[in-house]
Design a protein around this ligand. Structure first.
Ligand code: DUC
Ligand code: ZN
Ligand code: ZN
Ligand code: ZN
Length: 494
């Protein structure tokens, strides 16, 4: 494989600008971007005339090789990333889950899992309990391990869920470390209650999953997390915004100047829950086919997806993830008698770029430059790895896609690269196709063929924040401390 590549004659798109230019790549790095680059023999020339040349996608939200709900996701770091590359995503950020509450053990476990990697990746870390050890380990993760974001689950009572008290501690520690706090926002106590109610009513099928955790519980937790972040005066990232309820809380907070970043996921943007209520499906025999739709928060009624699209288009929501978390139909059927046992999660790593293009760009809701912003650049900037990632410019990593807007994509479990035997987007097709993916300077996807090598992906260390914290009102930075200051008050005499 040649390590020197010239991508010739395409329209190079960055988040702020597009122009017809050549892109010259050598040893994994973009060396030059300008029209009419002349190269010597031995350079592989890829014609991109009439096509878009864009930064590879960065998925901010995945779960590969995750142990969850009594099983493990079917996609590991190799199969999940191979799927990603076939769909034009060249980097992802996965969530490290602590081992028995230990962050360092969790980190070591994920370092092992990630040895299979065939593309670049970074880590967020979940925080599932609280004590001084956790607090100290967070500091080690930020200062020594390249992790600059921590996720708090407000749902999954009894396993991952944390209390408001812990969330407050976590927010304070994130603030002091220059790390970004993330939340899975659903009211876990209420979900637990909702689930019990469904089972009492005899609703054990997957519709019980959706009914037990309605949008109002997502809205409540989102609002609570936003207000606690305001109290601590630190930025907040809300993962998988699935409902109007949650989105409106984010919109309100942003309007008042609070730094809240909302991440819609592809499933929330393009799917709706109609399949749950299709009478043909509500029979025992066919239920497993809809188990594939079970994720948390649940896929909502159709108006929610449309509203989330509009919010992405107007900048209320910032970047698109997937929450890629796949299980095969055998694993999904663990919940055949009880929806609470269906492992939660859907696919999306391979489909994200195509579905965002088709849903948002083809419909006129996003420009081509905005497409690059929401699928790549915003994520790179937010997690402090821009312009190494998220840009086509001299000095950036050579993670590049060639996208043909006039071709078509088709999605099916029979042709996808995930190890899952189902695909939540089965049968979908639309305009636009990732024809070539270049990752780390190598052509890994071309002519519908993957050429990927386990172990070739690099860990991308993410430094603590600068720009997110710029602009926080200094006068307000010690808000919590100031609350403790004694105030001399004279009791008014009547
Ligand atoms: N939701 C899912 O559907 N899967 C993984 C974790 C989560 O929060
Ligand atoms: Zn989640
Ligand atoms: Zn997730
Ligand atoms: Zn088709």
């Amino acid at each position: 494989v040649s390590s020197k590549i010239l991508i010739a004659g395409g329209t190079v798109v960055n988040a702020d600008h597009q122009e017809v230019a050549d892109v010259y790549v050598e040893d994994g790095v973009i060396v030059d971007v300008r029209p009419n680059i002349k190269v010597s023999d031995g350079v592989r020339i890829v014609d991109a005339t009439g096509k878009f040349v864009m930064p590879g996608g960065i998925d901010p939200h995945t779960h590969l090789a995750m142990e969850f709900m009594g099983t493990e996701t079917i996609d590991n770091f190799f199969s999940g990333q191979a799927a990603a590359l076939a769909g034009g995503t060249t980097m992802h950020i996965d969530f490290v889950i602590p081992v028995n509450g230990s962050l360092s053990k969790g980190y070591e476990a994920y370092v092992e899992k990630a040895k299979l990697s065939c593309m670049d990746y970074g880590f967020h870390m979940a925080i599932t309990k609280w004590d001084d050890t956790v607090s100290n380990e967070m500091e080690i993760m930020v200062k020594e391990k390249g992790i600059n974001s921590f996720k708090f689950f407000m749902a999954y009572k009894g396993s991952l869920m944390i209390s408001d008290e812990l969330l407050l501690e976590g927010l304070k520690q994130c603030k002091s470390l220059g790390a970004l706090a993330m939340v899975h926002a659903e009211n876990g106590d209420a979900v637990f209650e909702g689930q019990k109610r469904m089972i009492e009513l005899g609703i054990t099928g997957p519709e019980g999953h959706a009914l037990s955790r309605p949008p109002v519980l997502e809205g409540e937790a989102t609002a609570r997390a936003i207000r606690l972040a305001a109290f601590v005066n630190t930025p907040l990232y809300v993962v998988h915004v699935m409902s109007i309820d949650a989105m409106e809380e984010i919109a309100r907070a942003r309007k008042s100047g609070q730094k809240v970043i909302g991440e819609p996921v592809v499933s929330g943007l393009v799917l709706d829950d109609s399949v749950l209520w299709d009478p043909d499906f509500i029979t025992a025999a066919k239920q497993v086919t809809i188990f594939v739709f079970v994720m948390s928060p649940p896929i909502r009624a159709s108006g929610h997806g449309k509203a989330l699209q509009a919010a992405l288009s107007t900048g209320i929501l910032k970047l698109v993830g997937t929450d890629h978390c796949t299980f095969n139909s055998t694993q999904k059927s663990f919940g055949i008698d009880d929806f609470r046992k269906i492992p939660n999660g859907v696919n999306g790593l391979e489909e994200r770029m195509h579905l965002v293009w088709d849903t948002m760009v083809e419909s006129g809701q996003l420009s081509v430059t905005d497409f690059v912003r929401v699928t790549s650049t915003e994520c790179a900037k937010l997690f402090n790895i821009y312009p190494r990632k998220g840009a086509i410019r001299a000095g950036s990593d050579a993670d590049i896609i060639i996208f043909n807007p006039n071709s078509t994509f088709h999605i099916s479990a029979s042709s996808h690269h995930s190890k899952s035997d189902t695909n939540v987007y089965e049968g979908r097709h639309g305009k636009g196709k990732v024809e070539v993916t270049i990752a780390g300077g190598k052509i890994v996807w071309e002519n519908e063929e993957l050429k990927v090598v386990p172990g070739s992906g690099k860990y991308i260390s993410m430094p603590p924040f600068n720009y997110l914290y710029n602009g926080i009102d200094k006068a307000d930075e010690n808000y919590l401390t100031s609350l403790k200051a004694p105030v001399n008050r004279i009791k008014p005499s009547l």
